[in-house]
Unconditional design. Structure first.
Length: 235
């Protein structure tokens, strides 16, 4: 299985960068999709697109800056901690032999440095999925079973948890909620300044919903490029 929202080209997952323009307003819109782990060259390519748009005055909005401020881990219910521990233990064996060499995480120093309201040490990926996605033990079991059938697992048990649960109902709910959050944020931003050129850096699995939402708002897709997760070549 490929990363949700990506396109497989030559057995390599690619994420899309969409350029849109409004049918009546002099405004540009760019949606940069991201696979949350990849080679440093992959993130450098995405960063170059962001820098190019920033230099032209575009405002950048980052998906991970929209998470609510986390509570202290010590205040979490015991069941969240216990399920997180069991999830890591169950998934660890799937990551030993399936870690692509040279991959880094999006928010690492080799990835993309974005403004965020939370820090990586506050909540790891498994905790985020369990807390905001309301993942039940049945969904976790289903995700582990899918892993045994060859779902692509990336870097660590925590990252594997996020990648696996994307295929499950809990993540589907979370994804749709966050897509709507993004569209509402766009409406709010552009409502305050109709002349703003806006760029979103958002997870690839959100892009179909985001593009559809912007087309409903009077935008047209004028260009789309695909950026491979493992090389600097753009197809």
């Amino acid at each position: 299985m490929q990363y949700p929202g990506s396109k497989s080209i030559g057995s390599v997952d690619n994420s899309a960068i969409y350029t849109l323009c409004h049918s009546k307003l002099p405004r540009d819109m760019t949606i940069v999709g991201t696979i949350h782990v990849g080679t440093p060259e992959y993130f450098a390519t995405l960063q170059s697109h962001l820098d190019e748009r920033t230099a032209k005055g575009a405002e950048i909005q980052y998906e991970n800056s929209t998470f609510p401020s986390p509570q202290n881990l010590k205040t979490y219910p015991d069941w969240v901690q216990n399920r997180t521990h069991r999830l890591r233990k169950s998934l660890a064996k799937f990551t030993i032999n399936q870690t692509p060499t040279g991959y880094v995480e999006q928010g690492s120093k080799e990835g993309i440095q974005y403004r965020a309201t939370w820090q990586p040490h506050d909540l790891n990926r498994a905790d985020l999925v369990l807390r905001f996605g309301r993942v039940s033990s049945e969904i976790v079991t289903k995700a582990v079973e899918e892993a045994s059938r060859g779902y692509k697992v990336y870097e660590s048990p925590a990252i594997a948890a996020a990648g696996l649960i994307m295929a499950a109902k809990g993540w589907r709910i979370l994804r749709d909620e966050r897509t709507n959050f993004a569209l509402n944020a766009v409406d709010n931003t552009l409502g305050k300044n109709p002349a703003t050129n806006l760029t979103l850096l958002w997870g690839a699995d959100h892009l179909p919903g985001l593009v559809e939402g912007m087309v409903d708002r009077g935008y047209n897709v004028t260009n789309c490029v695909w950026v491979p997760q493992e090389t600097t070549h753009i197809s």
